[in-house]
Design a protein around this ligand. Structure first.
Ligand code: GAR
Length: 218
């Protein structure tokens, strides 16, 4: 069966891109990455795409007068590549409502918090300052509002005594690298779908038990 075609949009390091690249090397993975687009010419992730022989494009937001113009260029590039889904992987630009509506149901994002809590930037600092005991990451379909939209999957990790923003970010990132390829596989493999504003799963998709911090019963 033909594999689902993905575009991955990045702005920087590209470690989530790498997790998708690695997953897509498996012959049974239901999706392949057709192209990588960065809005920053120096994004490290472009090197990862090059190393994997994936076509890379830079669409530098600084070359455009307006967000609308930038998004139009992005849309043209994606349409030419005929991709099925667009995965945002550390793509740090707000997309216009028109763009998001054009790609509604085909635009997926990963965010390093258990949404709808802690949208936006500096999430790890804010979680530590708020004293939350569970943190995590979310993969979701994108709605026009920042870091919003129907949730495909979430992974939770404990916040440990003495954690810094960096140590917490590293613990969450490890889960991001597992969760993003898993969620994309469910969507691309048609085992999960968006209907009526929520994501539902085939009955044979299995789920793990609860994570409690401190452990329940202690
Ligand atoms: C990741 O932690 C991702 O969840 C976050 O940016 C980082 C990118 O890292 N995305 C957001 O905060 C989106 N609101 P990466 O470039 O190594 O994948």
């Amino acid at each position: 069966m033909a594999r689902t075609k993905l575009a991955v949009l990045i702005s920087g390091r590209g470690s989530n891109l790498q997790s998708l690249i690695d997953a897509a090397t498996r012959p049974d993975y239901p999706a392949e990455i057709s192209l990588v687009i960065s809005n920053r010419p120096k994004a490290k992730g472009l090197e990862r795409a090059a190393a994997a022989n994936i076509p890379q494009y830079v669409i530098d937001h600084k070359d455009f007068q307006t967000r609308e113009d930038f998004d139009a260029a992005l849309g043209d590039c994606l349409r030419l590549a005929k991709v099925d889904y667009v995965c945002l992987a550390g793509f740090m630009r707000m997309l216009t409502t028109d763009f998001v509506n054009d790609w509604r149901g085909r635009l997926i994002n990963i965010h390093p918090s258990l949404l709808p809590a802690f949208k936006g930037l500096a999430v790890h600092e804010r979680m530590i300052d708020a004293g939350v005991k569970l943190a995590g990451c979310t993969v979701h379909f994108v709605s026009p509002e920042m870091d919003s939209g129907p949730i495909i999957g979430q992974a939770a990790v404990p916040v440990l005594p003495g954690d810094t923003a960096d140590s917490l970010a590293a613990r969450i990132l490890e889960q991001e690298h597992r969760l993003y390829p898993a969620c994309v596989a469910l969507i691309a493999g048609k085992k999960a779908r968006l209907s009526g504003g929520v994501v539902s799963f085939d009955p044979d998709v299995s789920f793990d038990g609860a994570l409690s911090n401190p452990p329940a019963g202690s």
